[in-house]
Design a protein around this ligand. Structure first.
Ligand SMILES: Cc1cc2nc3c(=O)[nH]c(=O)nc-3n(C[C@H](O)[C@H](O)[C@H](O)COP(=O)(O)OP(=O)(O)OC[C@H]3O[C@@H](n4cnc5c(N)ncnc54)[C@H](O)[C@@H]3O)c2cc1C
Length: 504
């Protein structure tokens, strides 16, 4: 059987993979396309996570695709609505039939001789190994492991008589009604879980080692509602998106330039929403500046309300050990628990765990420089999608997909078969990790992430408007080498026509 070949192969049928496929259908309709997905369903994150209250923590007008208006009433949406939106988009753009499920990509090998990737796939249903070749590889595999979350070792965990669960592995039949629940963590997942569990649990404690900044946002956006009532849905959507992009970018820039101002504002709004005399500084006043780590958004201040109503509390302390009945804290306090939820984060996994080689040389992601936040120096015909850390993921995913379409059309027009970003020499001290967040999961995983250089197109500014200029309208030819397949000349091939030279 000849190996199947496609023009573009997308790894992953999550929000990014489905989005990329839609862009390709629209802007490069003649390209053959295949999506390989390791799981049995599409949707990625929004299909995997099933914990109570699962929702977005950024607004859906920017987490939604640029090309498909978000029409649900809520701007901060629940996981099920986001999953339906992804599925509906895939159906609308004829993507559903392009997905092959339970196909885990385990390696991708580039050959300059053929100008093709050979992609090795492990079938999760039959355990069979199959190969597919493609001209361009677009990796949309997210950034974390699906099979396990990040859980630190807790001394005495084996003695706890109740249930310990990681939100990533929430089981639908876990009954928490009337139970005492301790949620360990201070990130978006913990803040989502607490108000939701508190609706029926006897009591919920959010146990955090250090506090996080928390900002309240209306779950329904009144300006968006007004625009949607008056304008056709596409126009309203674009205007709301622009408003939210400007708001997010503006508040991020202000946080970086005037951190004290934003700190004061966040403190004041928390004081207003929490009970009188509440120790806001201890539980919601980190000692770092806003956006050194992500700010958590809570819709309609639901976390603060739950605390005010006495259904949940925040404890800021260190764990000494788990006991049979709960958790001993370093301060000497004991927290009684029937259920302990370890909302302690994700386990970062880049490129979906794939091994990637170029002409037999394995690519070490942590030693690679990223080009325009989407390609790697020295790796031909390859892109990867990583969203913003300070704005909705899809803003960047859309830009990456559109850039890819522009690039493919440009290459077709000029007859090129390959594109390889080539980094100019960089001095060691200007090379920095891709993300400048100081969050635990970023610091824990710096050794897994690609690097960035000193300036455009090798630097990631985490700035959507800047990226729009760079990727939607900017040059396609800066710091790249276009070329062709390079058949290796062997002695008996002497009569072959000469190979066309690579074009800079
Ligand atoms: C609980 C939670 C809430 C979040 N909320 C927000 C939010 O509100 N706003 C925001 O901007 N971001 C949020 N994020 C980040 C979120 O991951 C992105 O918004 C977005 O869903 C990422 O989409 P993706 O398709 O790139 O990755 P994923 O959703 O992770 O999908 C990747 C897909 O690739 C598949 N895959 C991986 N490796 C392979 C392989 N080797 N072979 C084949 N298939 C593979 C996976 O099975 C999966 O289906 C959240 C993340 C989590 C975990």
């Amino acid at each position: 059987m000849p190996t199947e070949h496609v023009d573009v192969l997308i790894v992953g049928a999550g929000l990014s993979g489905i989005g990329a496929a839609c862009h390709l259908r629209r802007d490069c309709p003649d390209k053959s396309l295949l999506i390989l997905e390791a799981r049995a369903n599409m949707g990625g994150t929004w299909d995997l996570f099933r914990y109570p209250g699962i929702r977005s923590d950024s607004d859906m007008f920017t987490l939604g695709y640029a090309f498909k208006p978000w029409t649900e009433p809520k701007a901060i949406a629940d996981g099920e609505s986001i999953l339906s939106y992804i599925r509906e988009t895939a159906t609308e753009y004829g993507i559903t039939e392009k997905i092959r499920y339970q196909h885990r990509v385990v390696r991708a090998d580039w050959s300059s001789e053929t100008a093709r990737w050979t992609v090795t796939v492990q079938r999760e249903d039959s355990n069979e190994t199959v190969t597919v070749t493609c001209s361009f590889l677009s990796v949309c595999s997210g950034y974390y492991r699906y099979d396990q979350g990040h859980t630190p070792t807790f001394v005495g965990a084996e003695n706890f008589a109740g249930t310990i669960v990681h939100p990533q592995h929430w089981s639908g039949d876990l009954d928490y009604a009337g139970k005492r629940v301790v949620v360990i963590g201070s990130g978006a997942t913990a803040m989502t879980l607490v108000p939701s569990l508190a609706k029926s649990a006897a009591h919920v404690t959010m146990l955090q080692r250090t506090p996080t900044y928390v900002a309240s946002l209306p779950a329904r956006d009144p300006i968006a509602d007004a625009l949607r009532r008056r304008l056709p849905s596409r126009i309203a959507y674009q205007l709301i998106r622009l408003k939210n992009v400007l708001f997010t970018l503006g508040s991020y820039q202000l946080s970086r330039r005037r951190p004290a101002l934003i700190k004061r504002y966040l403190h004041k709004t928390a004081v207003k929403r929490l009970p009188e005399g509440y120790d806001v500084a201890k539980h919601f006043g980190p000692d770092y500046d806003p956006w050194d780590q992500r700010i958590c958004l809570v819709p309609d201040g639901d976390l603060f309300r739950t605390i005010r109503e006495g259904k949940a509390e925040v404890v800021t302390d260190h764990i000494d050990r788990f006991t049979e009945t709960g958790i001993d804290l370093k301060s000497g306090q004991h927290l009684d628990a029937d259920i302990i939820v370890t909302a302690t984060g994700l386990s970062v996994l880049m490129l979906g765990g794939m091994t990637v080689t170029v002409d037999g040389r394995e690519i070490a992601l942590s030693k690679s420089l990223m080009y325009k936040g989407m390609m790697l120096s020295g790796v031909p015909n390859f892109s990867m999608t990583i969203g913003y850390t300070n704005a909705s993921w899809t803003l960047k995913a859309d830009l990456v997909a559109r850039y890819l379409c522009r690039l493919l059309n440009y290459m077709d027009k000029h007859g090129y078969q390959t594109i390889t970003p080539v980094a100019p020499a960089q001095s060691e001290d200007t090379i920095t990790p891709l993300f400048d967040l100081k969050s635990g999961y970023v610091l824990r995983n710096l050794h897994l992430l690609p690097q960035q250089g000193a300036k455009t197109p090798w630097r990631l500014y985490q700035n959507y408007l800047r990226d729009v200029r760079l990727m939607r309208r900017g040059s396609l030819t800066d710091d790249v080498r276009f070329g062709y397949a390079q058949p290796v000349l062997r002695p008996h091939d002497a009569a072959l026509p000469s190979i066309r030279a690579e074009v800079s």
